[in-house]
Design a protein around this ligand. Structure first.
Ligand code: CAA
Length: 263
C-alpha cells in the first residue's frame, strides 16, 4: 500500500501484484487539472518502480472515467502561457511507464479523458461507457494526443467524425472501432473487477517478457514495418539471456507450471 497522501486520486492494492489508481474528483466528473496530473504521475512512477507490482489499473467512477481536461482551469489561459510552458506536456508521463497500464472505463471518457484512456495499454469498458472528443464545441481541438492516437486506432473517417462533431460513441461502438479490447458485463464495479483480474494475470508472467512485449507492441505505433520487425526480433533474441526463458521452456518440457523470478 502506498504511503503517499493524495488529494485527487486514490491508490490501493486490490491484489499484492496490482496497483489500482482511481481518479477521485467526483464533483467535477474527474476533470483532469494540474494537481490531479501531478499526483497521477507520482502514483504511476511509484508503481512502476515497485518490484512487487506487475500491472497497473487506472479507473474513475461509474459516472465518469474523466470528463476531460479541467475547462474551468483552462479557460483564462493565454497562448503565451500554454505555449511557453508546453501545457499538457506532463500528460505524456503515462506513456513512459514500463509496466502495463489497463484503463477500466465506466461512464464518460471525454476529451482528455478519452486521450488518457488511449494512452493506456489495454482499455476495458463498462456497457455504459461513453467515449468522445468534444473539444470542437469549446473552440479548440484535442491536445492530449487524441487526433493522433485515435486516428491510428479507428482510422481517418471515424476519427474525423468524432473530432469534427464532438459526437460521443457508446461502449459497443468503441469496441467495434477497436478502441477497447472488450465491453465487460453489467454490474457496479464490474469493469474494475475484470481489469484487476486481467492485471493479476499479466503480473503472474515473467515481468521481463511483459516489459519487452509492451515495448515491441508500442513500437508498432512509432516504427515502420521493417524497423519494427527488426526491433521485435532483437528483443526476442535478447530474452534468451534471461532465466525466465530457461524456466518457462523447461517447465513446459517438464509439464509443470513455470516459476518466474523476473531474472
Ligand atoms: N472541466 C471542468 N469541470 C467539468 C468538466 C470539465 N471537463 N466536466 C464536467 N465538469 C463539472 C461541471 O462543470 C459540473 O460542475 P458544477 O456542479 O460545479 O456545475 C460537474 O462537473 C458535473 O457536470 P454536469 O453538471 O455538466 O453533468 P452532466 O451529467 O449534465 O453532463 C458531461 C456530463 C456531458 C460530461 C458534461 O459535464 C460535459 O460536457 N463536460 C465537458 C466535457 C468536455 O468538453 N471535455 C473536453 C474538455 S477539453 C480537453 O479535454 C482538452 C484536451 O484535449 C486535453
Amino acid at each position: 500500500m502506498s504511503t503517499q497522501h493524495y488529494e485527487n486520486i486514490l491508490v490501493s492494492n486490490p491484489e499484492p501484484s496490482v496497483t489500482l489508481i482511481t481518479l477521485n474528483r467526483p464533483k467535477a466528473l474527474n476533470a483532469l487539472n494540474s494537481a490531479l496530473f501531478k499526483e497521477l504521475n507520482v502514483a504511476l512512477e511509484t508503481a512502476d518502480n515497485d518490484r512487487t507490482i506487475g500491472a497497473i489499473v487506472l479507473t474513475g467512477s461509474e459516472r465518469a472515467f474523466a470528463a476531460g481536461a479541467d475547462i474551468k482551469e483552462m479557460k483564462d489561459k493565454e497562448f503565451a502561457d500554454v505555449y511557453q510552458n508546453n501545457f499538457l506536456e506532463n500528460w505524456q508521463a503515462l506513456t513512459k511507464i514500463r509496466k502495463p497500464v489497463i484503463a477500466a472505463v465506466g461512464g464518460y471518457a471525454l476529451g482528455g479523458g478519452c486521450e488518457l484512456a488511449l494512452m493506456c495499454d489495454i482499455i476495458l469498458a463498462s456497457p455504459a461507457a461513453k467515449f468522445g472528443q468534444p473539444e470542437i464545441n469549446l473552440g479548440i481541438i484535442p491536445g492530449g494526443g487524441g487526433s493522433q492516437r485515435l486516428t491510428r486506432i479507428v482510422g481517418k473517417s471515424r476519427a474525423m467524425e468524432m473530432i469534427l462533431t464532438g459526437r460521443q460513441i457508446t461502449a459497443s461502438e468503441a469496441e467495434k472501432y477497436g478502441m477497447v479490447s472488450r465491453v465487460v458485463g453489467e454490474g457496479e464495479g464490474q469493469v474494475v473487477k475484470d481489469a484487476v483480474v486481467l492485471a493479476k494475470e499479466i503480473a503472474s508472467k515473467s515481468q521481463i517478457a511483459v516489459q519487452a512485449a509492451k515495448e515491441v507492441v508500442n513500437a508498432a505505433y512509432e516504427l515502420n514495418l521493417p524497423e519494427g520487425l527488426r526491433f521485435e526480433r532483437r528483443m526476442f533474441h535478447g530474452l534468451f539471456a534471461t532465466k525466465d526463458q530457461k524456466e518457462g521452456m523447461t517447465a513446459f518440457a517438464e509439464k509443470r507450471k513455470p516459476n518466474f523470478t523476473n531474472a
